[in-house]
Design a protein around this ligand. Structure first.
Ligand code: ZN
Length: 223
């Protein structure tokens, strides 16, 4: 039985329960059951790929339909709460299909945004995804492991050479990173892999070891 205080809190929690960021209807969890089912349809049955420089890449789902919309909502519609279910899904998949023993517990480094861009958006979506990913996997999170020192233009529509040039010296290693620890790089979308590769190179040149790369979404076909 509720006492009045609990009842009040319960009613308040219903009242304050934010709506599903994907459809706007009221939801029990962050995302409503219906939208969650649509998200699940984007999941790769086998999300293991080979990333750049032969590093294993694990991706949760296809960058299309509901998942594409969820990432757009997260990035461009000021719905940071959308990061949580995405990070949890990726974390659960990681525990099931890890490409190395999970006991290795790599330090998770989200791909950083340039400080100016992060200020504009108010958050870095990859960092928020990484936070909930780490809650599920128990891996340590290092949000300052990498810094973005060059404010790159959107890479969409650029040729591979132009992308490469844009990302040349775009990253620097964070002072507080212990380079002895194995690293797992995390991003929201893996398109051509150029961004992650640039981050990987920066860590590699500093003596760091990137064990694997992971992303929430990847287009089924990439150039
Ligand atoms: Zn919904």
């Amino acid at each position: 039985m509720y006492n009045w205080k609990q009842l009040g809190e319960h009613l308040l929690s219903i009242f304050l329960q934010p709506n599903c960021p994907l459809c706007g209807r009221s939801a029990e969890a962050v995302v409503c059951g219906n939208c969650n089912r649509q998200l699940e349809q984007c999941r790769f049955s086998e999300g293991k790929f080979q990333g750049k420089r032969k590093i294993p890449l694990l991706v949760w789902g296809k960058y299309e339909g509901s998942l594409k919309r969820a990432i757009a909502v997260l990035k461009y519609e000021q719905k940071p709460e959308m990061a949580r279910p995405l990070g949890e899904k990726l974390g659960e998949t990681w525990l099931q299909r890890a490409t190395f023993p999970v006991s290795l517990k790599p330090v998770v480094i989200p791909i950083p945004l340039h400080p100016e861009k992060e200020k504009q958006r108010g958050y870095n979506q990859a960092q928020l995804i990484a936070r909930s990913f780490c809650q599920v996997t128990g891996f340590p999170l290092h949000t300052q492991g990498l810094k973005r020192i060059k404010n790159t233009e959107a890479l969409f529509g650029l040729t591979p050479q132009q992308r490469q040039k844009q990302l040349d010296r775009a990253f620097a290693v964070g002072e507080s990173l212990n380079l002895q620890q194995p690293i797992l790089l995390l991003d929201d979308i893996y398109t051509t892999g150029t961004t992650i590769q640039a981050a990987q190179m920066t860590l590699h040149q500093a003596g760091g070891k990137v064990l694997a790369v992971t992303a929430v979404a990847k287009p089924e076909k990439t150039r």
